[in-house]
Structures are given as structure tokens and as C-alpha cells.
Design a protein around this ligand. Structure first.
Ligand code: GLA
Length: 728
């Protein structure tokens, strides 16, 4: 039996190297070229080369970076009069423990007898056109022609443990996606104590580590630091990917910028706890455990180029929803407008006011459910997913009917308002009928007290009966009325776990629930949420095309949060709302236009306020119409972060259509500037020879727009502009 007692890890190591040079011949596909036991994985501008050492059976990395071809020069031993050739100096693909390699192991297995030595040697390999699925786990997907897969089979003769390393290459995106299977083919029990989805070994050179750090309501701060000697890293032990550290990191040269230089980006397709580690070295029985996938992207066009490849890969080969790049209605979410305080008649009024402004999806957030333990505050009701009879005496169906009978006041459509609803299915309040009948379903560790957060406990999704309960009540809810959208929230971390491996079993259970429901209800627009961006990860994106980016709706803070999130994740995936002022989180007052313009940079644009307070604002319907006009470019376009909010008071972003025919510029001023010439903003990603009509200004060549740029000034604090460009 194999038990996972450690979190899945994306381990990254760097050391000096030694390898064997071999000539490579092209075989059937260029994406994967195999010559003997040398493997070359090739993208449009990337090569990843490694080989199996035929003497030791070890896999040895030769190169990961820009494209190379032909033979590889032999690396030299360090010139010393002493000992060389230690395993720790070889660039190993899959470092293990106990045979002289002192790196952080990519795999650590405790054998039946207790020792943790492994000797996984190359046995064979196979090349598969396309990409097999990953049982039970979210994964990138693609057809033959999009992606090719190399599986390298390793075997430990002493323990009868097998490991399969799977490398899938998406050449168009310079992406290599890795996962590992460990199978116990022996008699006794083994414990897989650590298993890295990906480990990469770079030759000794100066590198910076970029990661996304934060907390509740201040997610996705970009951190950049030098990789120092010794181990450095981050992770989550909260049971979910978390606000604290995103499962993303990039390694870049110190000279790499947004638009220039080399960058290697890594992202784990997983929603649970994780670990990412970087180390700078002195020289530089029958059961299978499958690791999550890790994506690595190589870019020679800076950090921005890396992000755009992630975005395109995720839009086309990760997000399964039919709404991945289309049909995101402008919505109104009730949370900040009315919190828990509503009933059938007030909800109807809010919906009518929303439709009058041009909103096409009305979302009833938290507070609609619970009969015996009504959800009038966050103290009760989670787990009891029936409408609160005091608020909705005839149940949910007539409320949904009220709303879906309202016509939207929108010149681009005369459709009826759609209805969406909030749920938090993984949770239970002790004040609930569910908890009274199934106290054992809440995560707990034997007799230890069950510590609460926000007055709630976590249901143990490792249990099949809990998964089935959620699948059943969600199916009934979605069948009970015309519901077009679900916001799936998750508002606390996991505390008392019955065993260390429960964390991963929970995730497998969660993915089963997500997969079943999104397959059963493909026409529903699903949005993920975890107190804002606590689960903004590729695991969730496999099933839900959009995620609520942060509970912080302050326009200025949101510029930074959304720019940070875009390091790995496509803008199409971000939920972004225009909320009231003073802002409920920061107390700041920012102009309506600015707040709306920031929210339009998210794929799911919405309002989150009492629509009654803005009925007389003529700008609101215009801004909603503008958001709809911008939306296709945000959903499908390539994002260029022209200036970052951490570097400048004038951050700017450009979305360019994939076919280059259109673009839209977002330009902001974050502080007042008296008698100061604002810097010109140089555009990127245009065709130098082409001419572009710039909305309200004139027609200029791409070269002029990219080398000279455009200039805007504002007489006030918090200025903003949205400018369309059309290629002539
Ligand atoms: C979380 C979400 C919010 C809102 C509340 C409701 O904080 O992030 O958007 O839905 O829960 O309780």
C-alpha cells in the first residue's frame, strides 16, 4: 500500500552539472526527439534536454532554456586537485535520497523496513501523441498535434517500486507539463513521504525568484528576490492553495524585465497545501500515487512573455468550461450592497434596478438559506441548503421566476435577466440541522476540539458520503429553478485532520465533486471563491472559468491585485466588481469611472453595491456598455503590462486581440500630480508597419505607438482612460 503523508511539492533545485553529449536525430515529431536514451523536448523557442546515464541509470538534465539543436558540449569537472563527481554535482532530473545526493529530494519513500534510500533507475520510455488524462486530478488537455507526451519508466530493484515521469510538451506555448506516478510493486507497505511534481536543475548562474505573496484582501503581491545559497521557498499548509502564497514561481535572470530577458515560470495544478523550494548549491503493492501536474513555461521575452504563454495555454488547454473565452454577462452581486439583509420583495427590487442599468445577471450572495437555523449572519445555516422560509415563504422557485421575468434594459440585447446564487458547500455551521445529524462529517482528529473559524467547520470531502451529499443537494438546487450561475465559496482553512494524507484525499474528493457537477451542468457559469482569492489556482480553473479575485474591491488596491494575479492566470479568469464609496474594506473614495475601468480588466465584470444608490447616475449604463465592448478583448486578448503599479503612479495595460486587429489600452493615475509631465506610455505587441486608429485621437503607425507612445494627463487624483485601437 502507498500512503501519501506529505504535501505534494513542486521542488526546484539548482546545481552545477555533468552530463554526456550525444547527437540528436529528428524522429517523427519535433516536439519530442529521442536518440537512444537522450530526450529532447522542443517548443517554438524552447528546448528541454535530458538523458539516462547508461552506467548509473540516473536521469541527467542537459539543458532547459532557449532552443538548441545537434550535439551538446561536454560539461567539465571542476578543476581541483581533490574529489569530484559526487552525485550532488550532477544535474539530476529526479533527485532521490540516501545515495549521496544531498539536494532536497524530489522523492522520499519510506520502505517497509524503515529506511528511506531509493535507487530509481531508467528502464524504458514511450512517446505518446496527445496527452493521457490524470486520474482524479485536474490536468491540462490537448489533442495530438497540440501536445506530445514522453513517459520515462524508472524502477528500484531493491524495493520493487516503480516511478513514471510524464512530460507533456505543448510546443506553441513553450510549455512542458510534468507529473509523476509512484507504484508499489513489492509485497510490503511503503510510505511516499515526499513527491515533487516537478524538479528542475539549472547550471550555476545568478537567478531571481519571483512569487505571489499576500493575505486576505491583499492577494497576489509580486515578490522578487535573489536566489541565495541554501534552501528558500514557500508553500501552504492551510489545506488550500491560500491567500498567503500562490502555487506559482518564476526564476529569471537579474536583468530580466517585463518585456526582455529569460524567464522560467512554474505553476502547480492543485488546490491543496503545497511546497515550492529553491536551492542554490555550492556549485551551482500495485497501488499508485499520482502527483498533481506542474506546468513550466520558458520565455525569452521577459516576464510578460511568460505570462502570455500561461494565459494562452490555460485558456485553450486547462479551462474546460464552454465560457472560457465567451459570454460573461455583466452581473450585480448582492453582497456588499445588502449583505444578509434581504427578502423576496427587496431582492426583486434590487434585480429590477440592476436590469434598468443594463445588468444581465443578478447574483444573490450569502444569506438566502437555512430554515431551522436561518442564515441571517455568519453564525448559522451553512449545510442547510433550503431557502429561508422567513425571507422566501414559497421557496426559491418563485424568486427565480420573478427575476428571470425581468427584461434587461440593454441596447445590445433584449434578453431577460439571468439568476445566479452563492453556495459554500464544503462547510457546516455547528448551528445547523446538518451538523446535528452528521457531526462525524466535520473534519476532526479523534477527541481533539474542533476549532472554528468564522463560526464554521469544514466537511471532510475525503468521505464519499460527504461528496455525494454535496453532489445531490447541488443537483437538486440546480434542477429546482432556472439558475445560470453558481458562486462556489470556501471561507476557511483546514485545522484538525484525521491523518496527514487526508488533505490530499480531500482534494481528490473535491475534484470528483467539481467534475461531476460541471459535467452535469455545463451550461451553468461557475465561479470559484475562497474569501476572495484564497483558491486562485489552476486546479480550480480546470472546472470553473472564473474566480473572485479578492474581497478587496477598492479600485486602487485592485490594480495591484489584478496585475499580480495576471503573472500566471489569464485576465479572463478574474472576477472584478465596481463597488460603493467609501470602499467597505479601505474607506477610500475613488471616482466611479476609475472603479469601473479597473473592474473591466477582469473577464467577469460586475457591480457589487445597492443598485438603488446609482439609479440616477447616467454614466453607469454607459460604463456597463463599455465593459461589454471591452470584454471580448479581455477574454481572448494578449495582455501587456506596460507599467506596473509598484513602479509607477501611472500603471497601464494593453490587451491585443490574438489576430492583432484590435487592442484596448487601460491607463490609470494613482496620485495627484500638479505641474508634472506624465510619462508617455509606449505600447507593445503591435505590428510596426500597420496603422492603428486610436479612439478619439488619430491614426498612427504601430512603430510610433510602440517607440514614442501616447500621453495622458489628469487634473485630479485617480484618473483613468480606456482607449480602443483598430488596425486599419
Ligand atoms: C466571502 C466571499 C464574499 C462573500 C462572503 C459571503 O467572504 O469572498 O464575496 O460571498 O464570503 O459570506
Amino acid at each position: 500500500m502507498v500512503r501519501s503523508t506529505a504535501a505534494m511539492a513542486a521542488g526546484l533545485m539548482m546545481l552545477s552539472h555533468q552530463s554526456i553529449a550525444q547527437d540528436t536525430d529528428s524522429s517523427s515529431s519535433n516536439a519530442i526527439v529521442v536518440d537512444g536514451t537522450t530526450f529532447s523536448l522542443n517548443g517554438a523557442s524552447m528546448s528541454y534536454v535530458f538523458h539516462a546515464n547508461t552506467t548509473t541509470g540516473d536521469l541527467v538534465t542537459d539543458h532547459y532554456g532557449g532552443s538548441i539543436s545537434g550535439g551538446i558540449p561536454s560539461p567539465r569537472e571542476p578543476a581541483v586537485n581533490g574529489w569530484v563527481g559526487m552525485p550532488g554535482r550532477i544535474r539530476r532530473e529526479f533527485p532521490d535520497q540516501g545515495r549521496g545526493d544531498f539536494r532536497i529530494p524530489a522523492v522520499r519513500i519510506r520502505q517497509t523496513a524503515g529506511y528511506t534510500v531509493s535507487d530509481l533507475q531508467y528502464q524504458s520510455h514511450e512517446v505518446i501523441e496527445g496527452k493521457p488524462g490524470l486520474p482524479g486530478l485536474p490536468a491540462t488537455f490537448g489533442e495530438s498535434g497540440d501536445v506530445s507526451t514522453l513517459v520515462v519508466h524508472l524502477y528500484d530493484n531493491y524495493s520493487s517500486v516503480a516511478a513514471d515521469l510524464s512530460y507533456s510538451v505543448f510546443p506553441e506555448f513553450d510549455a512542458v507539463v510534468r507529473s509523476v506516478n509512484v507504484t508499489n510493486q513489492g509485497e510490503g507497505n511503503i510510505t511516499v513521504e515526499a513527491l515533487a511534481s516537478l524538479s528542475v536543475d539549472f547550471p550555476l548562474e545568478e537567478l531571481d525568484l519571483i512569487s505571489l505573496r499576500g493575505d486576505w484582501a491583499r492577494e497576489a503581491n509580486r515578490e522578487r528576490r535573489r536566489v541565495e545559497y541554501g534552501v528558500q521557498g514557500f508553500g501552504s499548509n492551510t489545506g488550500y492553495s491560500s491567500h498567503l502564497h500562490n502555487p506559482f514561481l518564476a526564476l529569471v535572470h537579474p536583468s530580466t524585465t517585463e518585456s526582455q530577458g529569460k524567464a522560467w515560470g512554474f505553476n502547480l495544478i492543485y488546490t491543496g497545501s503545497f511546497s515550492a523550494q529553491v536551492k542554490k548549491g555550492s556549485q551551482g503493492p500495485g497501488e499508485t500515487l499520482t502527483s498533481p501536474e506542474a506546468v513550466s513555461i520558458y520565455s525569452n521575452t521577459g516576464i510578460g512573455g511568460m505570462s502570455r504563454k500561461f494565459h494562452r495555454l490555460y485558456r485553450k488547454h486547462l479551462i474546460k468550461s464552454k465560457f472560457a473565452t465567451s459570454d460573461r454577462p455583466p452581473l450585480l452581486n448582492s453582497w456588499e450592497g445588502v449583505y444578509f439583509d434581504f427578502n423576496r420583495s427587496t431582492i426583486k427590487t434590487l434585480a429590477e434596478q440592476s436590469a434598468a442599468l443594463g445588468i444581465s445577471l443578478f447574483v444573490m450572495d450569502d444569506g438566502w438559506f437555512g430554515d431551522k437555523y436561518p442564515r441571517n449572519s455568519d453564525n448559522a445555516g451553512l449545510g442547510d441548503w433550503t431557502a429561508n422560509p422567513a425571507k422566501f415563504p414559497n421557496g426559491l422557485e418563485p424568486v427565480v421566476e420573478d427575476i428571470t421575468n425581468i427584461t434587461v434594459n440593454n441596447t445590445s440585447s433584449d434578453k431577460n435577466l439571468r439568476f445566479g446564487i452563492w453556495v459554500e458547500p464544503e462547510m457546516v455551521n455547528p448551528n445547523s440541522s446538518l451538523y446535528r445529524s452528521h457531526p462525524d462529517w466535520a473534519l476532526h482528529a479523534g477527541p481533539y476540539p474542533r476549532t472554528e473559524r468564522r463560526n464554521q467547520l469544514v466537511l471532510n470531502l475525503a468521505l464519499t458520503e460527504v461528496q455525494d451529499f454535496i453532489i445531490d443537494f447541488m443537483t437538486n438546487l440546480l434542477n429546482s429553478a432556472d439558475i445560470s450561475y453558481i458562486k462556489w465559496d470556501n471561507n476557511r482553512g483546514m485545522h484538525e485532520q484525521p491523518s496527514p494524507s487526508n488533505n490530499h484525499l480531500y482534494m481528490l474528493g473535491l475534484y470528483r465533486v467539481f467534475d461531476t457537477l460541471t459535467t452535469r451542468f455545463p451550461d451553468v457559469l461557475w465561479e470559484g471563491c475562497a474569501s476572495g482569492g484564497g483558491r486562485f489556482d489552476p486546479g480550480v480553473l480546470q472546472y470553473f472559468p472564473q474566480i473572485w479575485t479578492s474581497d478587496n474591491t477598492d479600485g486602487v488596491d485592485r490594480v495591484g491585485i489584478q496585475f499580480g494575479t495576471s503573472l500566471a492566470y489569464p485576465p479572463s479568469a478574474m472576477g472584478a466588481h465596481l463597488s460603493a464609496v467609501p470602499n467597505h474594506q479601505t474607506g477610500r473614495t475613488v471616482p466611479l469611472e476609475f472603479r469601473a475601468h479597473v473592474a473591466m480588466m477582469g473577464g467577469s465584470f460586475g457591480l457589487e453595491l445597492d443598485p438603488g444608490t446609482i439609479q440616477d447616475e447616467p454614466a453607469v449604463p454607459e460604463l456597463i456598455a463599455l465593459a461589454e465592448k471591452v470584454n471580448p478583448l479581455v477574454l481572448n486578448g494578449d495582455l501587456y503590462r506596460l507599467r506596473l503599479p509598484e513602479d509607477s503612479q501611472w500603471p497601464a495595460a494593453l490587451f491585443v486581440a490574438e489576430d492583432g486587429s484590435q487592442a484596448v489600452l487601460f491607463y490609470f493615475q494613482l496620485a495627484p500630480n500638479v505641474n508634472h509631465a506624465a510619462p508617455w506610455v509606449r505600447l507593445q505587441g503591435l505590428e510596426p508597419e500597420a496603422r492603428y486608429a486610436v479612439d478619439g485621437e488619430g491614426t498612427y503607425s504601430g512603430a510610433t505607438l510602440m517607440n514614442l507612445g501616447l500621453q495622458y494627463t489628469f487634473a485630479t487624483e485617480y484618473g483613468s482612460k480606456v482607449v480602443f485601437l483598430e488596425r486599419q
